[in-house]
Every structure is written in structure tokens, then in C-alpha cells.
Design a binder for this molecule. Structure first.
Ligand SMILES: Cc1ncc(COP(=O)(O)O)c(C=O)c1O
Length: 430
């Protein structure tokens, strides 16, 4: 048995002063049970908890760490930046440099502004989209997550395409009623929302959804959405907070050839530091304060330390020709290995790979949207998660998250994980 006494005590202590003992709910292991591990360090493919247990880490901070934990050059860039100052509240050339880096590879991004979290990026992009379109209602998709701003904490009501209902206490219905919820990969449901509202100014989508497990949009769906937005004068926000610089250097564009009017970024662009951004067409972005009338600001926005981490991360990604192909091939190796192990024990499993993202669902049916994802056997996932953790493999503590490959992974590590999964399936089916 693994010793986790330190984590158990740390959680109890944290609970006295932090609600649930965590600063973001999924970390509490609510949907899988068991004790969240308190982590003391991360190195490459691995994290180490306070009891000195070591885990192969597929969470990678929920996506940012494409280079793995504590990449020495990123750490060096952060240290160099820290030595000069932590924050100035004034512009730096670093910000212009990072803006240029992103604009040079991200299709459709002509101007960009930095913020501190993906939540801020999507919230600000929506405000801007509403101002540009002059229309109040927005559409989001069931199962997509865009952070926790009020307009986006909605779920579908009854029926296929609906006005949203709040999915969190404290979000007032007066706000939720302006968000309509459509079904992912279903263009008809989007058309129905547009008809129902008559006042839709913005659609926001994860082009490769990673927050209901990994569920990529179908090509004709995303392209159809683009055409629909053009026809209806709707601002399309492509939320690449997770997929940006994760699935390819150009994010989802490399898979779909679809540009947003606005796009949002986070995670990888900060290399593990709190940094996110929204950008897009110059005519829309120039509506932002101080040029235009859409207010948006931040004390620590474009923080030099975070931007330095981002610059180093993007430079290292660019230098490593073949990185995305290598990570995708490792993700495929893992998916195939899990499939084969599951087959041996008659366990229904669906897998999916996009670039360095890998998802798996314990279900018989192909997963194309939230309805099909929700049919997964979450109890089995919880048991599998616990077994793997015991064996030193850290998958996310929810069936509806994605696994992330990182640069330090190799075939030996992936094969070790597959063998551990095989052993876990065997134990669970005994
Ligand atoms: C697609 C997407 N958008 C937005 C967010 C919110 O980002 P943050 O957690 O940095 O606020 C997330 C977070 O997981 C995300 O995956």
C-alpha cells in the first residue's frame, strides 16, 4: 500500500483555511473519491508528492506544461526575469515580442491583449464581441468549458437548443438568459438557438473540446459554424485556451482551417505561469480601451515573469521540429495500448487523440458530444484512477478531463503506463 499520510494530514489542515482544501474544485477528487496528493515538486514527466511517491503525470497542470515539469530553460528564463523585477505596471518590450510570436503563427490574430487567466480571456472576448455585434445574446455548447465568468456558467435547459439555466448558485438568471446552449457537433441546434433568440451576437466554442473528456469537433461542423457566423453577422470566438500551441503550433487551425474573429489563449502560452490572451481581427480588437469604448484592464496583465516563461516556451517549441508529431505518436501509442488492454478484459472503451491530447471514455458508444460523453461509466473511471494512482500514474481526477503528453515522455514511459493499465483492468475485473 502506498503511504499518503502526509497528503491526508495536509488536506485536513488545508480544509481549515481553504474551502474544500483546494483552490480549484477538480483538485479535491470529488468525482473519483480518495485523497488528493499534495505535490512538492515536478521534474519532466514526473511529479512527487509530500510522501515522496512519484507519479508519471498526464495532468501536466491541465495542459500548460507541454515541455514537462521544470524545463531547465524555462526555469532559467523565469529566474533571469525575476532578478530584474516582478511587475512594473508599465509596458515592456517583452509583451510586444510575445504578441508578435503569437500573431506570426496564429491565423486570424492581428492584434492581441494579455490577461492572467483563460477565464479573463473568454470573459473579455465576449464583452468585445457583444460591443462589436451590438447584440446581447451568446451561444455556447453543452460540455464546453470556458472558465467561470457568469455568462458562461450556464447549462442547457430541457430540450435540444435552449436558453441557458445557471449552473452555479450566485449566477443570476437575468445573466444566464442571454446565453443559449447548443449541442456540440450539431449545426441544426445552433440554427435553432439563433432563431429562438433573434439577437445572437457571439458564438464561443472549444474547437477541440477538452473539458468533457477529449471531443474534437467534426470538420464540416466547425466549417459550417464559420459560414453561419458570416451569414448572420455573429462574432465567432474560437477558444484555444487548451488547444492553442497544444495540438499544433497553429492550434486547431492546422486541423480545420477555420479562423475565429476572436481567439482566446492560455495554458501553453504561459509555460506554467499565469498568462492568457485574447486576440483577433484588428477592427474588433481596436474597440478595446484605451482606443475604443470597451473597458478591459489588469494590474498584473502581461506580467514580465509570466511573459518571459511564455517566450521561452514558444521558442523551445519552435526549435524542436517534430515535437508535435512525436507527442501525437506517443498519444496514439497510449490510446492503442489502453484499447488492447481493455479488450482483453472486455471493458468498453473509446479513445481519441488530437496532437498531444489524448482522451478515453469507458463507454461502448462513439463520443461526439456531451450526451454521449455522459454515458461513460464514471464509477469504473474512479476505480481505474485509484488503481493507477497506487501504481504511480497520475491521470486527471475526473472522467471528463483530457490527458496531456509532454516532451520528456518516451515510448518506455508510455509502455510502462500501458502495462499498469493492463494490471489495473485485471484487478478490477477479478
Ligand atoms: C478551453 C478553456 N477555456 C477557458 C478555460 C479557463 O481558463 P483558466 O482556468 O485559466 O481560467 C479553460 C480552463 O481549463 C479551458 O480549458
Amino acid at each position: 500500500m502506498q503511504r499518503i499520510l502526509h497528503s491526508i494530514n495536509a488536506l485536513n489542515e488545508a480544509k481549515q483555511v481553504i474551502p474544500g482544501g483546494v483552490n480549484s474544485p477538480v483538485r479535491a477528487f470529488g468525482s473519483v473519491g480518495g485523497t488528493p496528493r499534495f505535490i512538492k515538486e515536478g521534474r519532466g514527466a514526473y511529479i512527487v508528492d509530500e510522501d515522496n511517491n512519484c507519479y508519471i503525470d498526464f495532468v501536466q497542470s491541465y495542459g500548460p506544461l507541454i515541455l514537462g515539469h521544470s524545463d531547465s530553460l524555462v526555469v532559467q528564463a523565469v529566474q533571469d526575469s525575476v532578478a530584474k523585477g516582478l511587475s512594473y505596471g508599465a509596458p515592456t518590450e517583452l509583451e510586444t515580442n510575445l504578441a508578435k510570436e503569437i500573431i506570426s503563427v496564429c491565423e486570424g490574430v492581428e492584434k492581441i491583449r494579455f490577461v492572467n487567466s483563460g477565464t479573463e480571456a473568454t470573459m473579455s472576448a465576449i464583452r468585445l464581441a457583444r460591443a462589436f455585434s451590438g447584440k446581447d445574446d451568446i451561444i455556447k455548447f453543452e460540455g464546453c468549458y470556458h472558465g467561470h465568468s457568469d455568462s458562461l456558467l450556464v447549462k442547457s435547459g430541457s430540450g435540444l437548443a435552449t436558453f441557458g439555466e445557471t449552473s452555479s448558485k450566485g449566477v443570476i438568471q437575468d445573466i444566464a438568459k442571454h446565453t443559449l446552449v447548443a449541442r456540440y457537433n450539431d449545426l441544426d441546434s445552433v440554427k435553432e438557438c439563433i432563431r429562438l433568440s433573434g439577437n445572437v451576437g457571439c458564438i464561443i466554442i472549444e474547437p477541440i473540446a477538452g473539458n468533457m473528456g477529449l471531443v474534437p469537433s467534426k470538420k464540416d461542423f466547425l466549417q459550417g459554424l464559420r459560414e453561419l457566423c458570416d451569414k448572420e453577422n455573429i462574432v465567432l470566438i474560437i477558444d484555444e485556451v487548451m488547444s492553442g500551441f497544444r495540438v499544433s503550433l497553429q492550434g486547431s487551425y492546422a486541423f480545420y482551417g477555420v479562423k475565429g474573429d476572436l481567439s482566446t489563449y492560455g495554458k501553453v502560452i504561459g509555460g506554467g505561469m499565469p498568462l492568457a490572451a485574447f486576440g483577433g481581427r484588428a477592427d474588433i480588437m481596436d474597440m478595446l480601451s484605451p482606443i475604443g469604448g470597451v473597458y478591459q484592464a489588469g494590474t498584473l496583465s502581461g506580467n514580465p515573469v509570466a511573459v518571459s516563461a511564455g517566450l521561452a516556451t514558444l521558442a523551445l517549441i519552435k526549435q524542436d521540429v517534430g515535437l508535435y508529431e512525436r507527442l501525437e505518436s506517443l498519444a496514439n501509442r497510449l490510446a492503442e495500448g489502453l484499447m488492447s488492454a481493455a479488450k482483453t478484459y472486455n471493458i468498453p472503451l473509446q479513445t481519441c487523440v488530437r496532437g498531444s491530447m489524448m482522451g478515453f471514455f469507458f463507454t461502448q458508444e462513439e463520443v461526439i458530444d456531451w450526451n454521449s460523453a455522459a454515458k461513460s461509466d464514471t464509477e469504473f473511471y474512479a476505480k481505474f484512477h485509484a488503481k493507477m494512482l497506487e501504481k504511480g500514474v497520475n491521470f486527471a481526477p475526473s472522467q471528463f478531463e483530457t490527458s496531456f503528453m509532454c516532451k520528456p515522455f518516451n515510448e518506455t514511459i508510455i509502455d510502462e503506463v500501458i502495462e499498469k493499465a493492463r494490471a489495473s483492468f485485471k484487478e478490477l475485473k477479478a
